[in-house]
Ligand binder design. Sequence first.
Ligand code: TRP
Ligand code: SF4
Length: 337
Amino acid sequence: MQKVNLVSGMRSTGKLHLGHYMGVLTNWVKLQDEFNCFYFVADWHALTTKYDKTENLRQDKLDVVLDWLACGIDPEKSTVYFQSKVLQIAELHILLSMITPNNWIERDPTLKDMVKIIKSKDGDTTENIPQLNYGLLGYPILMSADIMAMNGAVVPVGVDQLAHLEITRDIARRFNNIYNTKLFNEPMPKLTQIPLLCGVDGQKMGKSFNNDIKISDDEPTTSKKIMQCITDRSRARKDDPGHPDKCEVAFKYYQIFADDETVHQVETECKAGKRGCADCKRQLGCIINEKFAPIREKRKELEKDIDKVYDIVNHGNKKAAEEAEKIMKKVRDAVNI
Ligand code: TRP
Ligand code: SF4
């Protein structure tokens, strides 16, 4: 049986962190066997907010792909590409923009949040919608074009993207109605069951918060960052009984990265005051380093032959464009353009 198309993308933010790995990449890797997967780096989407900071864009895109391949995204199974190399997406974006009412976009809560963040960075605290670039307003339409150009039926995303995807479904339905066709699927979100990984300071893990551990960090860097993890703040001495449930970061990481037996041992020893936090975090650093050693090794290998990595992406770009062209022929006919 023909596998259905699955589409998902990540903005080109540069080197990915452990939150990306646990929350997204392990899931993407698994989905490769069940679906015909299209995974792309959303470099146009990156421009919607970082249009004036493009000096590192090319390196960032490459870093994202290196992390994907190192983590097990397999170009034999999945199509890996750069959004901006599939011009059909831009073409579809224009056509979809013609049929999308402004107010669908303006009430998109995810977009409103993005605008708020941009505003706060500008030091603007007024309530009214600030300067909103046309490109950013088009964010959900571009995302719809990403999905619809590949005739995507399934889209793995986090909850923060659900509002965008709802717009995609609305746009697909509206296209089918207006042009009296059944061309487009109404793509279904596939929510990722993310064990949400916080940063070493207990806040949301993110590059801009400087609290993240990169997939590609080396062992000493990882160990050093792990030593900064927040533990049970009420604990003064290492023989005080600790509270793993109040250990804000370190114990949470254990639960995510260590096996059940180790978690149980840490819990018992901590509660009994038989485990100091520094030692506990040293062990945690080792566990994480061990887990990521093969991935980091593979990334190093890939870095030695960047031309090969570009070959993979070029091949993916071509495959994605071919897939998009199939549906775009029908789209042009439906629109009579
Ligand atoms: N907006 C998504 C994010 O920030 C990235 C993205 C762009 C995407 N186009 C997409 C995700 C299409 C899924 C499908 O995470
Ligand atoms: Fe957390 Fe480990 Fe310290 Fe207990 S011993 S509080 S689990 S870091």
